[in-house]
Design a protein around this ligand. Structure first.
Ligand code: BES
Ligand code: MN
Ligand code: ZN
Length: 496
């Protein structure tokens, strides 16, 4: 997709489609008014007939308006004018793309980017438009035997800004957003790829080709290396699988000061989570192919920051394995020794994410990190707590939590800070090892964070539980690419 920034008037555009907004109550936006005037009140007439009310989520496609050089005009409902906030804006963009896909237009010019959004500048509106359009145009059909019929597809998008002085910031925003969109696209592709294709070895080879293409350093540790390091918890999870585990390390060395302490991202890479001996029920188990979305977001973010040539040192660490039952699998009650030396009683083999992450967190110490952020589809309890809107955020350092909340707001890929008080640590008691890997059901997402916190004492650390936000179920089943936008924003701020 090709994006450009323009500052022009809608009635003079010679485009495949002009996209303009209409508020609820048939109130034309400024650009819709300009078209209405050029077309001698045609839009007003159409709305009088009741064909478009401006309701959010609705569109109306009009062809060959007299007095207008464009082939089509797409009216997009914006909802109530007073309520036009970030979510309504994103919804309008998403709705417009969905409608455009059904047309034969190969280019479009969006006037939605001109709308006034409280407390948001041109850069935000342009970034969200680029990300929304790229998200809406995404398809995952590489597993189909025949590619679905290719109709003429949208190739060029002009985003209109209100003033000429907005063009330069708009163009910078397009460049940034395209880099983020590339990262989001990679994270979605890896997430959607089924587990018989997306194995730990596949993730490793994706990381290696990312490194080759973008000048990153990449190292892949195998089972033997993990044994030497004493990663007993990670290896315990991998025992039941025929697929050998991998510890993938990617490094972006962008900082002006070469040896500046890096930010380390750690992504849960369980390429399929059956639960192991503590087997999951059958319903929707296919969705456990998404249990590597934390890893996918790390690879996606590394791609985005490499494209942006971010002046910051960043290390991505991905422990990758399947969690399978079998004759060699780890059993409830087994005690393992982690790389840190602490022993863990594995009371439930389905609480495997924290077991692979704890060793990766210990491994991260060797980078003397400025901060460590782990990203994981860690708990079903997180989905119950925050649903599919906000990512759960935990941290041992409040300022780091604030940075991440802020980055989530700025990129509209939001996270919500939850408590990690000592009181919550009390459930993690074992009669046989230093501590178990589970506690009671209550506050399950917090318990998991408490477990990880015990391995993250050496640096400022935050944990993002993306169990509710990494993918969608139902008719739109698919990976979202979250939280690549949040992480890219966070790292961009850190590099300034
Ligand atoms: N990958 C799952 C968490 C998950 C479940 C994410 C459903 C999204 C949807 C994780 O490994 C897991 O199984 N967690 C258990 C922990 C429990 C055994 C303490 C859970 O949440 O049920
Ligand atoms: Mn599990
Ligand atoms: Zn899992």
């Amino acid at each position: 997709m090709e994006f450009s920034i323009k500052s022009g008037s809608p009635e003079k555009q010679r485009a495949g489609c002009v996209v303009v907004g209409v508020f609820e109550g048939r109130k034309l936006s400024t650009s819709a008014q300009a078209i209405d005037q050029a077309a001698k009140g045609f839009l007003t007439e159409v709305m009088k007939r009741g064909d478009h009310e401006g309701k959010a989520g609705t569109t109306l496609l009009l062809h060959c308006l007299t007095g207008l050089p464009s082939d089509r005009v797409l009216l997009v409902g914006l909802g109530k004018e007073r309520e036009l906030g970030e979510s309504a804006y994103r919804k309008a963009i998403d709705t417009a793309v969905k409608a455009l896909r059904t047309t034969g237009a190969t280019d479009a010019t969006f006037f939605l980017t001109e709308l006034a959004l409280r407390k948001r500048d041109t850069a935000f509106k342009v970034e969200q438009a680029v990300l929304g359009i790229m998200e809406g145009m995404y398809r995952f059909d590489r597993m189909k035997s025949k590619p679905p019929e290719q109709k003429r597809a949208l190739r060029k998008v002009m985003l209109q800004v209100a003033r000429r002085s907005d063009i330069a910031p708009g163009e910078a925003a397009v460049a940034r957003a395209m880099a983020v969109a590339e990262g989001v696209g990679l994270a979605r592709d890896l997430g959607n790829l089924p587990a018989n294709h997306c194995t730990p070895a596949h993730l490793a080879s994706e990381a290696q080709s990312l490194a080759r293409q973008h000048g990153l350093a990449c190292e892949v540790l195998d089972q033997k290396d993990l044994e030497k390091l004493g990663m007993g918890a990670f290896l315990a999870v991998a025992r039941g699988s025929r697929q050998p585990p991998k510890l993938i390390v990617l490094e972006h060395r962008g900082a002006k000061k070469k040896d500046a302490p890096p930010v380390v991202l750690v992504g849960k890479g369980v390429t399929f989570d059956t639960g192991g001996i503590s087997l999951k029920p059958a319903a929707e188990m296919d969705e456990m192919k998404y249990d590597m979305c934390g890893a996918a977001s790390v690879l996606g973010t590394m791609k985005a920051i490499a494209l942006m040539k971010l002046p910051l040192n960043v290390v991505g660490i991905v422990p990758a394995t399947e969690n399978m039952p079998g004759g060699n699998a780890v059993k409830p009650g087994d005690v393992v020794t982690t790389m840190s030396g602490k022993t863990v009683e594995i009371l439930n083999t389905d609480a495997e994410g924290r077991l692979i992450l704890c060793d990766a967190l210990t491994y991260a110490e060797r980078y003397k990190p400025a901060a460590v952020v782990d990203i994981a589809t860690l708990t079903g309890a997180m989905v119950i707590a925050l649903g599919h809107v906000a990512t759960g955020l935990f941290a041992n350092t409040d300022s780091l939590a604030r940075e991440l909340v802020h980055a989530g707001e700025a990129s509209w890929d939001r996270a919500w800070h939850l408590p990690l008080w000592d009181d919550y640590q009390e459930g993690l008691k074992s009669n046989f090892a230093d501590f178990p890997n589970i506690a009671s059901r209550a506050g399950g997402a917090i318990t998991a964070a408490c477990f990880l916190e015990r391995f993250a004492k050496a640096y400022p650390w935050a944990h993002l539980d993306i169990a509710g936000t990494a993918w969608k179920s139902g008719a739109d089943k698919g990976a979202t690419g979250r939280p690549v936008a949040l992480l890219a924003n966070f790292l961009t701020r850190r590099s300034a």
